[in-house]
Design a protein. Structure first.
Length: 369
């Protein structure tokens, strides 16, 4: 066994939550960032991001993640506020940006379609890059991207049902439609060098398009480098030494932790397995990993976004070791309800804020037992 195989694999989580008042109205989280480390404002006013540090075990990650969320929820409750684990606010008018040069550049570049991004709340999971196996790790994370369906948490945008995974549709297919290399899933890579060449090309496209949209080039260069100017769902993040999976919706803490745990175990398996790309059906074991050809991955991604967990997709994810029945995609509860009014959306946000608080209470009870 090599030295790196015996070391724990660090992983971390970043989750965005909407903030509401006791009436379900979107509000700003004034003062909530002061309650714990890793709690930050996001680029839109009624959203909060909660981050963990890189943790060496699932137990450590669970303790830190829950601890930070609990601290925020307790302070928020004192102020008549709550966190909502929904991928979109279901129905809301235009959402205000916070002053930020990076956001301004994107808004100028993308134009009216940037409004789609303002209605999206998601989860990012980072898993430490494994020396000598980072390419296999990235490619495997690309192949499991359809697992986003496990936590699809809202099918609505501005009251209209748009897809099982509304956030993914808004982000990948609508907001960045004029820059498709930015928001969509990229194909497998053969090497880190190939990845870096892609980054450079995408960065050049981004800078050129932003300049053509009237953005000052100095502002662009001050706020974006090749790594930070792309939003593809699976990325090497050399600044964090991780592979990042950005596809899941925001969800209940317990569901997010399940995903992070599975990605950690998948990464552990890759340290000794032979990895190949072939055919349409995946195979996953400690000795051998077969990833389907990229076109088949895209078919499953489209299903995950448009329809959610179909029987075929369940079988696909089962091959990668996901316990599909352990997840509860809230989008299936909301789908098919017809258009949803703003009053109804406020009630839905309150209901799901209560579910998040119940999720925390269940964890506390379990620890107490």
């Amino acid at each position: 066994m090599s030295a790196h195989e015996s070391e724990p694999i660090r992983r971390s989580i970043e989750v965005e939550y909407w903030v509401i008042d006791d009436h379900g109205r979107l509000v700003e989280p004034d003062g909530l960032t002061e309650v714990a480390a890793g709690v930050e404002r996001e680029f839109v006013a009624p959203m909060l991001e909660i981050k963990t540090t890189p943790c060496a075990s699932h137990v450590e990650l669970r303790r830190e993640f829950y601890g930070r969320i609990e601290a925020v929820v307790e302070l928020a409750a004192e102020r008549g506020q709550h966190l909502v684990p929904l991928a979109t606010p279901i129905n809301a008018d235009s959402i205000r940006d916070l002053p930020n040069d990076r956001t301004d550049v994107q808004a100028d570049l993308i134009g009216e379609e940037f409004e789609y991004v303002r209605h999206c709340a998601g989860t990012h999971i980072h898993v430490e890059q494994q020396p000598g196996r980072a390419v296999e790790q990235l490619n495997t994370f690309i192949a499991i991207d359809p697992a986003l369906a496990l936590v699809n948490s809202a099918p609505y945008y501005r009251g209209e049902e748009v897809a099982a995974g509304a956030r993914s549709k808004l982000y990948r297919w609508l907001a960045y439609d004029n820059l498709p290399h930015q928001g969509r899933l990229w194909p497998y890579v053969d090497s880190k060098a190939e990845w870096n060449r892609r980054l450079e090309r995408r960065h050049e496209e981004f800078v050129t398009a932003a300049a053509e949209a009237g953005v000052d080039r100095q502002t662009i260069e001050a706020n974006f480098d090749p790594e930070s100017s792309v939003w593809t769902p699976v990325q090497f993040r050399d600044s964090f030494d991780t592979v990042e999976w950005r596809s899941p919706d925001t969800a209940l803490p317990s569901q997010v932790l399940q995903l992070a745990d599975r990605l950690g175990k998948i990464t552990e398996s890759l340290q000794s397995a032979d990895v190949s790309i072939d055919g349409s059906t995946p195979a996953f074991s400690a000795a051998e990993v077969v990833l389907p050809e990229f076109s088949h991955v895209l078919d499953h991604v489209e299903t995950a976004i448009t329809d959610g967990l179909t029987d075929d997709l369940r079988e696909y994810l089962d091959e990668f070791g996901f316990d599909v029945d352990a997840y509860e995609s809230t989008t299936s509860e909301l789908a098919g309800s017809g258009d949803i009014s703003k009053d109804e959306a406020r009630k839905i946000r309150l209901e799901h804020a209560n579910r998040l608080e119940d999720d925390l209470n269940h964890r506390i009870s379990a620890v107490g037992d």
